[in-house]
Design a protein around this ligand. Sequence first.
Ligand SMILES: *[C@@H]1O[C@H](CO)[C@@H](O)[C@H](O)[C@H]1NC(C)=O
Ligand SMILES: *[C@@H]1O[C@H](CO)[C@@H](O)[C@H](O)[C@H]1NC(C)=O
Ligand SMILES: *[C@@H]1O[C@H](CO)[C@@H](O)[C@H](O)[C@H]1NC(C)=O
Ligand SMILES: *[C@@H]1O[C@H](CO)[C@@H](O)[C@H](O)[C@H]1NC(C)=O
Length: 401
Amino acid sequence: MRLATLNAFLVLSGALARADASAGICPSSPLQVVNQICVNPEYVRVTSQKSPGDAITLESSWKGPEHCVNDTCIFFNERVGDGIVILTTERNAAIASNFPSTDRPKENVLPFHVAEVPGKGIGIVADRKIPKGETILIRTPTMMVQTAPHVGLELGTRDLLYDLAVQKLPSKGHELFMGQMGKDVYDKIETNCFQLYIDGANESGSHLGCYPEISRFNHDCRPNVNYRINNMTHTTVAARDIAPGEELSISYIELMLPREERRSRLRRWGFECACPHCSVSDAQAAESDARLRTIEELEGALENFNETVVAADTGARVADLYETEGLHAYLGRAYTRAALNFALFGEAERAREYARAAVAALERESGSDSADVRAMRVLAEDPRKHWTWGKRRKGKPGKGQ
Ligand SMILES: *[C@@H]1O[C@H](CO)[C@@H](O)[C@H](O)[C@H]1NC(C)=O
Ligand SMILES: *[C@@H]1O[C@H](CO)[C@@H](O)[C@H](O)[C@H]1NC(C)=O
Ligand SMILES: *[C@@H]1O[C@H](CO)[C@@H](O)[C@H](O)[C@H]1NC(C)=O
Ligand SMILES: *[C@@H]1O[C@H](CO)[C@@H](O)[C@H](O)[C@H]1NC(C)=O
């Protein structure tokens, strides 16, 4: 699964068996048909019992819980996106069902088509120029599963639940989900889905969201598309101008890594990195790796206020290196550091210039309402009023924080 490292924290006993449960037949006692699947009745929790403090309830257009095993149940709604089915706890489903609805733009014509890309199989290719900052897709998941049961449920149980879950999808959503790579539902989730948190960044809030249209975007180490997930909505935005005929790409891994490390991480995804940035000559790769090391060193020095290294334009130098490296997807953080550093050194005009650039880049990366964007708007407005102002000006020694 994408950007997710998981620990299998539960190894569960075989409480459930594949059987013709719908016919009411289970292979052996003590297994019984409960909620239409074969399960040891000891393990079935009556999920409609709510704890008194639990104020959130499932939004009324949603259906479920169905087919509960322990705390994991199926919830679904045919009218959200192309249909959505969720496997999670009742509390998580209630939270997810109450997320503010994200209006899906009227996409009469999408700016791309699905095509065979030489050496990569299926990919996404731009039909027209897509300008930097244009929102390409806004999607709710077709299927979302809580991570804990995904890794912890006994395999037979899990596969039965997954098969029952996809049957809840309306035909469009079903077709999209089943059209993804992977030999069965579990494998499709492993291969294509994104980790996200719906209720705080802890284990119970961790889920895997599947967006079948996004899973067709191929990997590139210098991607031209940013993505973000807010609540459970996945948004893709052009990170730079994209020419007609160009392939649209996202990154499956952290980008600030030397070529060998990127290749080795991508092998875990089952492919050898063949993106343009992985395919440069050894000499060019060495230059790129050296730039990444310089970025890391200078960012460390900026963070620690290292007097011997950092001057007013150190942040701007780092931002130049990001641009030279083609790290369009990460410019927001580079421009932010440059703006803050100019403010620390009391250079108002340059602080304002980089703060404005940071606002534009961060809007592409994290949405127009994120905390980072708001912070840079404040700095762009009046650097002199910002808390960083002049803290490292000559004759005024840095005071750390
Ligand atoms: C349900 O939970 C119990 C107790 O944690 C566990 O032993 C059992 O294996 C679980 N059931 C399934 C089907 O995983
Ligand atoms: C996410 O959901 C919470 C709670 O439902 C809501 O307050 C918040 O505005 C949502 N965030 C976005 C970016 O939609
Ligand atoms: C996870 O976070 C939620 C909300 O903050 C909280 O209610 C829940 O108890 C937490 N769960 C764990 C396992 O920490
Ligand atoms: C500051 O940078 C110099 C040169 O790279 C280095 O030798 C020194 O250890 C750094 N000081 C701190 C406090 O990190």
